[in-house]
Design a protein around this ligand. Sequence first.
Ligand SMILES: [Zn+2]
Length: 402
Amino acid sequence: MNEYAPLLAALVALLAGLTIGKAWERYKLRDGTWVDRRRVRESPHYILGLNFLVANQIDLAIEELTQAASQDANALEVNMILGNLYREKGQVGKAITIHQALLQRQKLPRMEHAYVLLCLGLDYKRGGFVDRALDAFNEVLRLDPQNAYALENIQKLHEEQHQWTEAYDTRQRLTNLAAMESRPQSQSILAFLENEIGLEAMRRKDYAEAARRFQSAIDLDARAVPAYLNLGDLRLAQGKEQEAAEVWNTLVQVAPDRAYLAFDRLEAQATRAGTPDRFTALCRRLIEDNPQDWRARLALSRQLTAAGQPLDALELLFAALVHNPHSLSVHQAIWRTLGHLGHPGDLVDRYSDLTKHAVFYLDPHVCMKCRYRSTELLWQCPHCHDWNTFVEERIAPAQDVA
Ligand SMILES: [Zn+2]
């Protein structure tokens, strides 16, 4: 993220500048007074500053933009950008001072007022002043009810404090604003928030409310995986075995790529019901549907070993290894099974051949947004706080140069 932060700041600053520009046009028309912004914009310091910004040289950018600002005391946009740059550098106090000074200006038009407040809100958020940040963003919304950027920041602030209901309400407003094509993504975020509200209800043992929330999450997004897992757990806690199994089986159907998250539950359930074959049949079906599915092979191999078929189990594990040579759990299962068989030389050699080109990596999941790595699947990225951005990372085996 560090390498992206200044660039992101630059883009935000530029975008804010452009939006302000638009607001300014409107202001000109409404008031009939001409504000000459060209003086700052044509200043070589301004142009140089923007160039440094794009080149990620923040200190030089600040230097040039400060010079540009000094040429025109009224220049709002350049001061706003300067404040944003100080914030991104971590000098939050300085950023707050600059943005607050801009707010003190007389006759600040409504939209400009809103954007300076937005910047100030970001300063407070960065500085950890949660309440002040919330106040600033809410004030932005009073001036500009459609301000998606303010809404998104309010949502994140509530999420950070685990105020899931407030986060949900804010996301709901954003969903209503969103263009049709981005609705499904917004719905999926709502589903994650519903799931969190359900978990809270579960912790205070309000099972009816929890079930309603998990179901609502599933209705919002049919692929809301954690909601299925939790709803099943809830049914099980209520002693409703059959219903729990139904929920988890639905998960397997709608999201076969995440089916493995329900494996332990389904396996235990099948064992309890005295029908372990049901689980092995499920694994076989998943492998058939997706030959890449190494997790289903791993689970099935465990069953086969337990049933006294270690050689069949080992075949499955070797196939799993080909599809994901980086899974430590596959290697461990192979060695357990090889040990079980007394380490026969030919099978040990096959293992050795299969792993010759494997590259090892212990963090197999990565956030698509910010490249944060995790050893397990996470639903919300602890770094960029986005939802459902983790994918399993697979690295191709290293090959000898031909
Ligand atoms: Zn991330």
